[in-house]
Design a protein around this ligand. Structure first.
Ligand code: COI
Length: 354
């Protein structure tokens, strides 16, 4: 039993909730009333508080603005039929936040600050958790460096913030993805496994070039040889070939996705042969040419289960078969959705009830 932390609460004067049209919410554009904040200074996380979501104030010399010493997470909350708020696997996000923090020289965050901050914030903003189909409350915890110093060294001061956004789907239609063979997202020894802000900034330019050619996203290949498929940046990538589910193994260049882990667990239980291994582009392209890939999809908190309809390599595009309600990706999406919304028994212990 952990002690209850002292978290001060400054409630908003007038909620913005009535201005929100929950039937039309674009991903990441609507922000709930409050945010949780903890400051790190004098070698300790302190000053825990919940405040109205608002501007932050820090100086132009702050380290985060120059060197990107920052890590983040993404998780989601749902409502069950009784109107209770359920969060999907938050302890996994907590662990990954600290793994990312270690790589970026950011001090570890105690679990009670993460969990109690999250719980109190969701208590206060529970009416922001949508309950319409394909909606959820996206939760963004993050930490960033705040020393006012223009030298390169780890900061002594940080902020940890959690804010939330009611969201609809991140991708609203099946994706066209391009296998990226020129630019690299991650290399061995790098920061690819961490949810470090800079990983995402570095992906923007190659993604922009692909978007100019009509693709939605990239599938990154390994930084050393560009011969092996890794992940898509916003999601891990999986392929269904008969009774096999094939996905790139994780290591220091691929994010250990929590949705990825959940899908693999369900696939094993459903009797699929799960192969976590190196997947070469040659193997993938050969299988696509021979029509052996039944489904390709991404998995992620924001992306959920995102169907891929086209995979491009070089100058050639490969069309994937059209999925239906019996397809693995559709069934696993429905299964996860039922678990997340409390319609199905939580036999894996994935749900945290607020
Ligand atoms: C998430 O899936 O939560 C992420 O952090 C990915 C981000 C690109 C939206």
């Amino acid at each position: 039993m952990t002690d209850t932390l002292n978290i001060s609460i400054e409630p908003i004067d007038t909620s913005r909730l009535s201005q929100v049209d929950f039937n039309h919410i674009d991903f990441g554009k609507v922000y709930s009333d409050h945010m949780f904040i903890a400051d790190y200074y004098h070698n300790a996380w302190q000053n825990l508080r919940i405040e109205p979501y608002d501007m932050l104030s820090f100086t132009p010399g702050s380290a985060i603005l120059h060197y990107g010493q920052s890590v983040f997470e993404g998780m989601k909350a749902y409502k069950n039929a009784e109107g209770e708020v359920l969060v999907f696997r938050p302890e996994k996000n907590f662990m990954r936040l600290n793994l990312s923090a270690e790589r970026m020289c950011i001090p570890q965050l105690p679990e009670d600050i993460f969990m109690q901050g999250l719980t109190q914030l969701l208590h206060l903003d529970k009416n922001w958790v949508p309950d319409l189909p394909n909606t959820s409350l996206y939760i963004r915890p993050y930490i960033f460096a705040l020393d006012e110093f223009i030298g390169i060294r780890p900061s002594d001061n940080y902020k940890f913030i959690i804010f939330t956004c009611p969201v609809g789907p991140y991708y609203s239609r099946p994706l066209k993805v391009k296998i990226e063979r020129q630019f690299s997202r991650a290399v061995h020894g790098g920061t690819g496994y961490a949810k470090a802000a800079g990983n995402y900034a570095g992906s923007l330019y190659p993604a922009k070039l692909a978007q100019q050619k009509g693709y939605d996203q990239l599938i990154w290949t390994d930084g050393a040889t560009h011969q092996y498929v890794e992940e898509a940046g916003t999601m891990n990538v999986m392929f269904i070939k008969g009774n096999k589910l094939i996905t790139a193994e994780t290591g220091d260049t691929v994010l250990k996705g929590i949705t990825r882990d959940s899908v693999l667990t369900i696939a094993k239980e459903w009797g699929y042969e799960v192969e976590e291994r190196r997947v070469s582009v040659d193997e993938l392209v050969k299988s696509l040419e021979q029509g052996e890939i039944d489904e390709a999809f991404g998995t992620g908190t924001a992306a959920t289960i995102a169907s891929i309809e086209v995979i491009g390599d070089g100058h050639k595009d490969y069309q994937l078969p059209i999925t239906n309600a019996q397809s693995f990706s559709k069934r696993v999406f429905a299964e996860l959705d039922q678990i997340k919304t409390g319609k199905k028994e939580d036999k894996y212990g994935w749900i945290y009830k607020v």
